[in-house]
Design a protein around this ligand. Sequence first.
Ligand SMILES: Nc1ncnc2c1ncn2[C@@H]1O[C@H](COP(=O)(O)OP(=O)(O)OP(=O)(O)O)[C@@H](O)[C@H]1O
Length: 267
Amino acid sequence: MLDVRGLKKVYEGSGRRTEAVRDLTFTVEARELVCLVGPSGCGKTTLLKCVGGLLRPTAGEVRLAGRAVSGPPPGMAFVFQEYGRSLFPWMRVGDNVELPLKQKGLSKQHRRALVADALDAVGLTDAAGAYPWQLSGGMQQRVAIARALAYEPDVLLMDEPFAAVDAQTRADLEDLVRRLWRERAMTILFVTHDIDEAVYLGQRVIVLSASPTVVQDQLKVDLPDARDQVHTRVSPRFADLRTQVYEQIQAAKRGETVLKTDTPPLH
Ligand SMILES: Nc1ncnc2c1ncn2[C@@H]1O[C@H](COP(=O)(O)OP(=O)(O)OP(=O)(O)O)[C@@H](O)[C@H]1O
């Protein structure tokens, strides 16, 4: 579904040159949920922006379903970390969710049905007439997720979407993402700096090195598909996997590679 090949991004300007991403190659299968983790500043946001066609790579390419990405592709939706800045404060929740659908040229009736369905999926049917600033941070992030869902994307890109919400809300939103992913058969690329979140959510975790960034490691998350916050997080296998990711990130910061002993094969 998603093919990232030899991606490189160098920022230049104002006398500064920053090589944010050096050479990234990985693929994401259709309907896969892949988490990307890496040290702070390693270029996760840069990578996601290149994947979403919001930034032009310096070298390499991104292909979506076999076609080169050169601008935001129609089948892709984004959920950003800063929900406060991604929703329009002067528009009601329902109108915020509906806005991208207008660009799709859908009929009013069809748009309303998609908005109602998406708000229902995130448990916010009653909030359709409210303004974003009347909602809690977690609810605003659910609106942002609803807006992405209503768009019916094949691929959903999520950039540290729960970094700014409290721990309890975050756990609920993680379960929401897993439920929606299972129900709606989307491909999800989820960026986080939180190792536990990556292991809890993902079918696979891609660990990025420190900047300039390359793929440090990839781990298949061989936990059962039915996960829950209480039992999954205390299982011995969860602990093994989080330790492996943690070691890889520490090694990434030191610029080393780690020999693995019991990582299952990727496919
Ligand atoms: N528009 C820009 N112009 C110049 N340099 C940039 C720009 N955006 C990002 N960078 C630089 O690129 C590098 C990677 O930044 P990026 O935000 O992609 O990393 P990140 O892994 O998402 O960071 P964090 O984990 O802290 O959110 C950093 O050194 C950053 O300063």
